[in-house]
Design a protein around this ligand. Sequence first.
Ligand code: NAP
Length: 453
Amino acid sequence: MSVTSVINPATEEMIAEVPQTSAEEVDAAIEHAREAFLSWRGVSPGDRARLLRRFAEVVDAHQEELAQLEVRNSGHTISNARWEAGNVRDVLNYYSAAPERLFGRQIPVPGGVDLTFLEPLGVVGVIVPWNFPMPIAGWGFAPALAAGNTVVLKPAELTPLTAIRLGELALDAGLPEHVFAVLPGRGAVVGERFISHPAVRKIVFTGSTEVGKRVMAGCAQQVKRVTLELGGKSANIVFADSDLARAAASAPMSVFDNAGQDCCARSRILVEREAYEKFLQLLEPAVKDVRVEDPALGTAQMGPLISSAQRSHVASYVQEGSVAFKGSSPSGPGYWYPPTVLAPVDLSDRAYREEIFGPVVAVVPFEDEGDAVRIANDTEYGLSGSIWTTDLGKAVRVARAVESGNLSVNSHSSVRYWAPFGGYKQSGLGRELGPDAPGSFCEVKNVFISTGV
Ligand code: NAP
């Protein structure tokens, strides 16, 4: 049996060994999930709702345990990890209302009436990346279960521990066996089998654009439903008329949160030329104030990167000549990397164009509104972004013009579980979250009933 050694990225110590699920075991789990679906879909909506609320309560009772586990496994700061465990609870609570609200429609047609039903798909496969192991799992499994599907979930090899614990807590909450199964293991084995197994009727994939394209191609073989939440290179657009002090004070955590390993990281800051120098002067102390330290400390704002390989990957983008200034990071064990600001940056530089997925941000000037939109859209990605201005009309114009799925104005907060989330262009396909998510885990069925004699 193969095992994965799970490493604490803040100490480089091994904290667990997790058996990898083999291809045969994946097939068996999918078969069990297929059988469990036949009864789970028949559980009355009210009872399914009660079970999901109970699952939320059990997650809540274990919030601190889950958070501490995430700190050790992923190097997330304890304050972030507490929020992440709480997000799973909140998303379960939110979607616990869905089983009783999966309404169809009735459409009058000549000679009768046409009824629309939303029917669950069957087994849903959820594939999770390592950067937000808990929330991204919950965004997939909660609406899928609410709609009456069963779920098989593959956590990332580097970060399986909280997902495994959530699988145990689901059973503690009374979810029937095989309704929600967590299968740790390799993408090339477990993930691939979710895609190729005909009983899995939908794939929810969050990860890199490169793997996402392969997932989409694999799903096409069976015309399998797929949602893709992929990479980003989001722009933080700062106009000269904005509250520059606020924009500069909040810019660091809009990209360095989770050590920059965030698909929504605002990793390109575009600043109107007349405010460019002033903005950099305000940004420098804010970056130097970011507390990069042991993520278990309540004061930590940023922890380590997830792995040695990720640190080498991030470092490959940083040429010393292009660094304007840096924050600090601990020395000694741990995959630390300091918050780093690149300026000026050539718009063809790979550090400017590619998703770095680390604490590195590029700051570039723009001339006017049209130039800002042109530069913001000059990327293959389109996930997130921010606009800073006191001119409301301009904020709305720019928000409409930027090709991106989730934007914020005078704020860096654009993800809410009760609003849809997803990307334009190569940042993804489809939307997660929001009130319509359970419907995306259903087939739509139309039935004509004749009223003729
Ligand atoms: P990744 O390498 O694409 O892996 C994502 C998941 O896919 C992992 O569980 C991985 O398993 C699995 N996988 C790998 N190869 C596979 C295959 N051939 N078939 C099926 N599954 C396979 O991405 P990552 O490095 O973990 O995550 C970082 C990326 O995720 C970034 O690009 C980030 O922007 C993106 N992301 C996007 C969002 C969003 O909502 N848009 C949110 C978070 C992250 P292994 O662990 O075994 O490799």
